[in-house]
Design a protein around this ligand. Sequence first.
Ligand code: UTP
Length: 457
Amino acid sequence: APAAASAVPAELREKYAAAEQEHVFKYVDSGLVGGEQAAHLISQASSLDLGRIKTIYTAAMEAEKNLSSGDLEPLDKADSVADSSAETLGDWSKAGMEAISRGEVAALVLSGGQGTRLGFAGPKGMYNIGLPSGHTLFQMFAQRIGSLSRLAGAAIPFYIMTSPMNHEATVAYFADNAYFGLPKEDVLFFPQGTLPPLTEDTGKIMLESGGNIGEASDGNGGIYSSLKLSGNLGDMEKRGIKYVHTFSVDNAICKVCDPTFMGYCISQGSDCGNKVVWKSEPGEKVGVFGKKGGKYCVIEYSEMAEADTKLTTEDGKLAYGAGNICNHFFSTDFLRRVTAQDDVLTYHVARKKIPTPDEAGNPVKPDGNNGIKLECFIFDAFVVSEQMAVLEGERASEFSPVKNPPGEAKDSPDSARLMLGAQAIEWIRAAGGTVIEGSNMCEVSTALSYNGEGLEA
Ligand code: UTP
């Protein structure tokens, strides 16, 4: 055998052979890949849990076969901010503030995604959406936490789920910016898990180049296992955290730890909560929160018959209208319960164009889909909830996702800037200020005000 073949430790090779995955060493064995590259591949191979990959692959393929579009039901109960009295809203907000003041609430941002649509190279949270201040998404979230924490007179720990690919850059960014005024010990980072791409028919691990296994985040449902494995769930419990607000990194306007939503969930003893915004029209391509087989779930747009998307209730609202915006409440007990079971989450199959090595071992992007990535979603754990709470918020103050690149009219930095600007103008007017007509760019710093309060001076 060529000298390079001995580079693969015998035990590792045996493990891979037993799992019928020994092809990953093909380029090392043929001598095309050596030195540091071979060492990198061997280290990657040693870190993969082949048993887990096989279990996830088998279950995901099986689940996909049994996907049914039947037995869907709309939500039977949801409250809405717009239809609630000022008194009720005040009660919820008070309950939420009290929990924050007791130090029972933490924030958790999901930032392990790749943000491919936005096309920004760094972690998405480091993206500057073009406000006058130049504040990035991470900075806005951190400063809202700081502002709320001052109002409540208590610390709000900020947990940041990264991916192995963006972890270091994220940690360095916060350190370089003095944690945007938050106490260093209250900003905690943990990377989520990854999975290699696989061939669809046999579940073989795909090499991206001769010396590299492509790796991708395993979906935002990775939150559960990584919270537990990183020790951060334990950290929450040690700090006396009872409730966690989880949100997506790209919702620029997100009211982090919104006292009204937190209090709404807490006052009904919920273990899990979902803040939704109603779909603007039947064709809007967002997942809808509803039920399947009697259990709460998010129904993908593609899973619904067109006629169902148009159904309305007596009051003229879309029946399947509860748009999922990745804005969730969890009790730490719920997180414990989900992480105690291994098989709560079934992974979903996404067919993708996966680069593969040519004869010389260089990556080549295929023209069509040639493999699969497996992902699980945070909302798939809702089936475990015993007391679900659903609150409909108002889109204008709740949801401005930054998914698409600048220049796009929808779900882009431009649309987020406009929404934040409109909100700032409303706040300034409510505080007795005057905004000159035609002003096209207005900002209230998140460091100054959490939700429009304190602007009179
Ligand atoms: P999206 O589904 O919008 O994915 O994630 P994305 O990676 O940000 O963007 P595209 O689709 O590649 O353009 C919704 C939220 O879930 C997080 C994202 O960071 C975002 O906050 N997420 C997604 C994770 O934390 N981990 C993942 O593996 C995937």
